[in-house]
Write a protein that binds this ligand. Structure first.
Ligand code: NAP
Length: 264
């Protein structure tokens, strides 16, 4: 437990799974909390437990981030509370159905939550961070951001957005003392899987991490200054090679003439 006061962390999707573990760990690191999700009962129970265990102040905001009016309510909290120093964009839903057999309205709802809400909450938080000289954003992406073949393709697309958006945020905000981390979990033992259509018990145990281990590793990655954190990836040189290839291509991607191999 920490005596430090690090300001307030606002955690979305804190009523269960990964978000609830972030809430617990961040309180133990000295943050007060604002916890956001739809299930008010679960949020209140978690807030009471964490408050009692850590002595930190824990507030809850019941909101459906896929609904415009509720999303605006949380944006207003981020714009108005000058003590917020960390935004954890964690709320999200997935899908396991193949792209073309998935219900398109559900796909749209997934984009509303995983992309639109995350983007709007970031826009609501960042100007205050800049004005106050610092802050941090942890965006929960997924390994499907770089491996969209594994699950539903729209889900992969939403998480690729989270990674690309985070890369751009890091590029634009690092010199303003704003830390940005993108977390790319592999399969993690939460309700996510049953909601997405495949209970986690159906996955081979050796590819599933506990939410506790996933969050603890990601927070260590944050402490170590990582931008992209893939908790399960043993050989970090592979991620570096991926990034090196991206950086090597960057100066060559836009030219007045097509590449010679097209013979134009
Ligand atoms: P989870 O246990 O199902 O948690 C999802 C959280 O998001 C819950 O607190 C849920 O709370 C909240 N949420 C869902 N819809 C919402 C809405 N419309 N408005 C507000 N809150 C909403 O799943 P999880 O695994 O912890 O997922 C957290 C994040 O990790 C997601 O972004 C997911 O894509 C990502 N992720 C998970 C895995 C995995 O294998 N589990 C792997 C990679 C990435 P309410 O139902 O109370 O609203």
């Amino acid at each position: 437990m920490s005596d430090l006061n690090k300001g307030i962390a606002l955690v979305t999707g804190a009523s269960s799974g990964i978000g609830a573990i972030y809430a617990d760990r961040l309180a133990k690191r000295g943050y007060d909390l604002i916890l956001v999700a739809r299930n008010g009962e679960r949020l209140s129970a978690l807030a009471s437990r964490i408050g009692a265990e850590t002595g930190r102040k824990v507030e809850t905001v019941v909101a459906d981030l896929g609904a415009q009016a509720d999303l605006a309510k949380v944006e207003a909290v981020l714009k108005g509370d000058r003590n917020i120093t960390l935004l954890v964009n964690n709320a999200g839903v997935g899908g396991t159905a193949p792209l073309l057999s998935a219900d398109v309205d559900k796909m749209q709802q997934m984009i509303d939550l995983n992309v639109t809400a995350l983007m709007r909450l970031t826009y609501a938080a960042v100007p205050g961070f800049v004005a106050r000289g610092g802050g941090a954003i942890i965006n929960i992406a997924s390994i499907v951001a770089i491996a969209p073949e594994i699950l539903n393709g729209v889900y992969g697309g939403t998480k690729a957005f989270v990674l690309a958006f985070s890369q751009s945020l890091k590029h634009e905000l690092t010199d303003k003392n704003i830390r940005v981390q993108a977390v790319l979990p592999g399969a993690t033992a939460t309700e996510f899987w049953s909601i997405a259509g495949m209970p986690v018990e159906h996955l081979p145990g050796e590819i599933v991490m506990s939410a506790e281990a996933m969050v603890d590793a990601s927070l260590k990655g944050f402490d170590q200054g990582e931008f992209a954190t893939i908790p399960a990836l043993e050989d970090s040189a592979l991620l570096q090679a991926h990034e090196d290839a991206r950086q090597a291509m960057m100066p060559h991607l836009s030219r007045s003439v097509p590449a010679a191999r097209y013979g134009v």
